[in-house]
Design a protein around this ligand. Structure first.
Ligand SMILES: [Zn+2]
Length: 179
């Protein structure tokens, strides 16, 4: 009956997704493979692109920062598969409406996160100095509010949600519109 266990697991998944994208975006210059990123590749058993291939890829994709798209995509797809497996036994605790919402969210999890990543990783760098630069270098995607770009979650219970729904299928709370 209670969706608490589901929500706890879902929160874990979206947190990990956010950290994964954060780490990938922190890679500079583009195509490098720092230890922090290598750990994600190992975590999701994604093969590391070769030294030459990774720099070619980021150049071909017009990236201004970040790990190669191919590696990020591999990690995201692996995360989505794992999430689906972990959530499967918890689905019986959900209503039909909630289960359908979860199904949709899992389906789009990897692709919408990758779209978000591609946009951020190909952004032109702004010329910045001093305080502005320090501010920009802080993690911008940590935390749930910031992750709204690629995982839509209810601000109250952190359940998955769809952009067009007005009330949360989990806690019944009013959802703000997504701009
Ligand atoms: Zn909610």
């Amino acid at each position: 009956m209670s969706a608490d266990r589901f929500l706890a697991e879902w929160t874990r998944i979206t947190t990990e997704l956010t950290q994964l994208v954060d780490t990938a975006l922190d890679v500079e210059p583009p195509g490098e493979c720092p230890e922090a990123w290598a750990r994600w590749l190992a975590r999701f058993e994604v093969p590391r692109e070769g030294e030459d291939a990774r720099y070619q890829q980021v150049r071909a994709d017009g990236q201004t920062k970040g790990a190669p798209l191919k590696e990020v995509q591999g990690c995201l797809e692996s995360l989505a598969r794992e999430a689906s497996t972990r959530l499967a036994p918890l689905r019986q605790t959900l209503s039909a409406e909630q289960a359908a919402l979860v199904e949709t969210s899992l389906h789009t999890l990897a692709s919408s996160a990758l779209d978000h990543y591609r946009t951020k990783a190909t952004e032109k760098k702004k010329r910045m100095f001093g305080a502005a630069k320090a501010l920009a270098n802080q993690h911008q995607y940590g935390g749930f509010k910031a992750s709204i770009g690629y995982v839509l979650t209810c601000a109250t219970c952190r359940a998955p949600r769809l952009g067009e729904s007005l009330t949360c299928a989990f806690c019944g709370g009013q959802l703000e519109g997504v701009s």
